[in-house]
Design a protein around this ligand. Structure first.
Ligand code: PLP
Length: 383
């Protein structure tokens, strides 16, 4: 693969294997972002007061087309954490109601559920999904076995954060329908990583971000809410669009349009982001990265005895691979120091009493990056 790192602002001296955390934005898109910010500063009132609706409409259409949903059912958010705060706080949960989830969810969102359960007396149940994760059927069976008449919500990541697994969310959504409970899907890692078709998936609520795998500037994310549920979701920020006497778009859209003064130019980069993907064949690049992830997985499994968290040729794997280093957790600090000494950016952390490393590969990574990590891993296993 052509070395595409020069397309990005990434430091050439750093081996960057952590796209999963905050993504990375190519110059092609970032330059457009700066131009849009400059345009805003030329006449802030015109940009933010008069033109805002038209400006956002174009971007919203590009977003809605990309994820295949109705324009009216999706609103911009700076990030999934904020979007999920709004959703969780809007639910009318009562004492002993249950939110059913897994032990693979993103930590900050577990905290939001903690806040909600303390407030309402409801319970957040994190079903234990063990690793290696190799069967959608077992996953669904396990979740289904925990559903009862107190269950009100199924909350599951489409691609998990720490464990980097693609979960079978279509089956989760179907399960939620079967039992008449709400499906809320955290798709933070999904757009640009694997295909997303909201109409086909048909969740009740879905959040995703463009600032990870879509390569947008930071702060470009969305919340999708099915039409019939939109009146239940109360804006986190009450502002000018609340309770409008005259609805301009829809109540849901109006309430989310203005959330206080903000730099909306980031949202306007979406068409350029999609253009970049097409122009530079990023879907094909993503497929190459997925193949490289499998090859890397085979090496660390066979040569280092590390344990990937799922079968390497399975549908649960994308451009990230988490693996169990099978080392004492007390070694964490030393491992981080070695990685830092070698200028390698890759997350290593404790998850379920295991020491896990998660590699992400994207178009800017080269074979040299992978070889450098492998050499450093040789030092790490000797610790
Ligand atoms: C699965 C998952 N959900 C939610 C988030 C939150 O994303 P943000 O920090 O952009 O709100 C992350 C961030 O990495 C994540 O991995």
């Amino acid at each position: 693969m052509e070395n595409l790192k020069s397309y990005f602002h990434l430091d050439s001296k750093v081996t960057y294997l952590n796209h999963g955390s905050f993504g990375a934005c190519p110059k092609f898109i970032f330059n457009e972002y700066i131009e849009l910010q400059k345009e805003l500063e030329v006449n802030p009132v015109k940009y933010l007061d008069y033109d805002i609706q038209d400006k956002l409409k174009n971007s919203k259409t590009a977003l809605a087309n990309f994820i295949n949903c109705d324009n009216d059912d999706v609103v911009f958010f700076p990030n999934p954490t904020t979007a999920m705060n709004e959703v969780f706080r809007s639910l009318n949960l009562e004492k002993n109601d249950e939110i059913l989830s897994t032990n693979h969810e993103y930590g900050a969102l577990n905290k939001v559920w903690e806040f909600i359960t303390i407030k309402t007396g409801s319970k957040y149940i994190q079903t234990d999904i063990s690793v290696p994760f190799n069967s959608s059927e077992n996953f669904i069976r396990k979740i289904e076995s925990r559903i009862n008449d107190k269950t009100k919500v199924l909350f599951v990541s489409h691609i998990t954060s720490a464990t980097g697994l693609i979960f079978p969310v279509k089956e989760v959504v179907n399960l939620a329908k079967k039992y008449g409970v709400l499906s809320i899907i955290d798709g933070a890692h999904v757009p640009g990583h694997i295909d997303l078709d909201i109409s086909e998936l048909n969740p009740d609520i879905y959040t995703g971000t463009f600032h990870k795998w879509m390569l947008s500037p930071k702060g470009v994310s969305f919340l999708y809410v099915k039409k019939e549920l939109q009146s239940q979701i109360k804006p986190l920020i009450i502002s000018w669009g609340y309770n409008n006497e005259f609805i301009e778009q829809t109540k849901f859209q109006d309430e989310h349009l203005w959330q206080g003064t903000n730099d909306i130019s980031k949202y306007l980069t979406i068409p350029k982001t999609i253009e970049f993907r097409e122009k530079y064949h990023w879907k094909e690049i993503s497929l190459i990265c997925k193949k490289q992830i499998i090859e890397f997985g085979l090496v660390i499994k066979n040569e280092f005895n590390f344990r990937p968290l799922c079968n390497l040729d399975s549908e649960f794997l994308g451009q990230m691979l988490s693996f169990d280093l099978d080392l004492l957790i007390s070694k964490l600090k030393k491992i981080k120091n070695i990685l830092r000494e070698h200028n390698i950016v890759i997350p290593v952390f404790e998850w379920e009493n295991k020491l896990i490393m998660r590699i992400s590969l994207n178009g800017y990574n080269s074979e040299k990056d992978i070889q450098k990590l492998l050499l450093t891993l040789k030092k790490i296993i000797k610790l």
